[in-house]
Design a protein around this ligand. Structure first.
Ligand SMILES: [Zn+2]
Length: 394
């Protein structure tokens, strides 16, 4: 009996040992699981100065964490993720920069330099996958001030992403009200420009469903040049397009030209500039008003316009190309001039001279509905091609 009791005692002690061991095993497994999940979990992205948090979902392939490239689009509002099948690369636009990831390889090229993210990209279920090292190491190296990897928390701290896609377009029909603009044999510039912007507006809205189109004037009224750009700035417009008709003493002058703002200009550009700016002298208060525009330019030009110059010239070029191709009119080219109406605009802005109202033939064409449709379609094509490029690169 004594022995039996002793045996029982030993059994009990064994049981306690077993329970303790099991508890330890359980605790260790829990800790291990937590540790593993921290290593392998989705990546949380915390945006600086905002409560916005996003998650990049990951999948595990043979112990390596991968994410679908499309996740970047959603989280960082990466403008485009396009696949170049010929060059075998995936292009990712993020923070206004473009990165090329080589397909089925562990390399990304950025500004001519190759970066190794250790594990090959692969294609599965209609999506490209990259290892999370691409985010944790490569992207944080490429954008050191914008993206930081917090290894302790396993999270990414990111600068907010600004959505700079072209979504608001302001169309500006030249002249109006007391200011007729150029006057032809049977028509006035202010009427043609108003008809044209209504046409362009409806076509733009039909073709680009994510775009809002606003007009600086919707009827025959006088609007100062300053008020036109102020309207565009107040509306946070992404593009400003001023529509005009040309005039010349020589009745044979004809053709289409598109301008963007610049202080550098040719003598010929100066002539058009003087013509379009004369509204300030004639209808906005003479020399005093001119001085205001010049002062305004001094302040604004350096600050904002230089940033917009390249985009403005690019927009002008695309519109001019489309217009000449569509209308078969004489190509007078893309030019630079110091139009007051473009000076205060904080966005890519151009001024289109659709043709010479002082040329009898061209005036007739400008009043023809088919020709107007053709011009409007061409401008829309130019804007569309600019928008596609701009939305992806920005
Ligand atoms: Zn004009």
């Amino acid at each position: 009996m004594y022995f039996i009791q002793f045996g029982k005692l030993r059994d009990v002690r064994l049981d306690i040992d077993m329970v303790l061991t099991m508890k330890r095993v359980f605790l260790i497994s829990v800790i291990l699981c937590l540790f593993c999940s921290a290593l392998l979990a989705d990546i949380r992205v915390d945006f600086k100065n905002s409560k916005k948090t996003e998650t990049i979902k990951t999948i595990n392939v043979k112990g390596i964490e991968y994410f679908a490239v499309s996740e970047l689009q959603a989280v960082f509002n990466a403008k485009s993720i396009t696949e170049d099948r010929i060059e075998n690369k995936i292009n990712i636009s993020i923070y206004n920069e473009s990165i090329n990831v080589l397909q089925n390889s562990s390399y990304a090229s950025f500004k001519g330099i190759l970066y190794n993210f250790n594990y090959n990209s692969f294609y599965q279920n209609e999506s490209w996958y990259l290892p999370t090292t691409f985010i944790k190491n490569t992207l944080t190296t490429l954008f050191p001030t914008k993206l930081r990897y917090n290894a302790t928390k396993g999270t990414i701290e990111a600068d907010p992403v600004i959505d700079s896609r072209v979504k608001v377009i302001v169309l500006d029909p030249g002249h109006g009200g007391k200011d007729p603009g150029a006057v032809g044999a049977t028509s006035k510039e202010k009427d043609i420009t108003l008809d044209m912007v209504y046409l362009i507006k409806s076509k733009l809205e039909n073709e680009l469903d994510d775009v809002k189109v606003l007009l600086t004037r919707s009827k025959d009224e006088f609007v100062s040049l300053q008020a036109r750009t102020k309207f565009a700035n107040d509306q946070h417009a992404h593009l400003f397009i001023s529509v005009h008709c040309n005039a010349a003493l020589a009745k044979t002058s004809r053709g289409i030209e598109t301008f963007f703002l610049s202080t550098a200009r040719t003598t010929e550009s100066r002539a058009v500039e003087a013509l379009e700016n004369s509204v300030v002298m004639d209808y906005e208060g003479g020399q005093e008003a001119v001085k205001n525009y010049d002062d305004l330019q001094m302040i604004l030009a350096d600050m904002h316009q230089s940033e917009q110059l390249e985009e403005s010239s690019n927009l002008a070029l695309r519109i001019q190309l489309a217009l000449v191709e569509g209308s078969k009119a004489v190509d007078r080219g893309v030019k630079q001039a110091g139009f007051y109406v473009l000076r205060g605009a904080f966005m890519p802005s151009v001024l289109i001279e659709l043709g010479f109202i002082t040329n009898v033939e061209e005036e007739k064409k400008l009043l023809n509905k088919d020709y107007q449709n053709e011009l409007a379609n061409s401008i829309v094509q130019g804007v569309k091609s600019f928008k596609q490029k701009y939305d992806y690169i920005q």
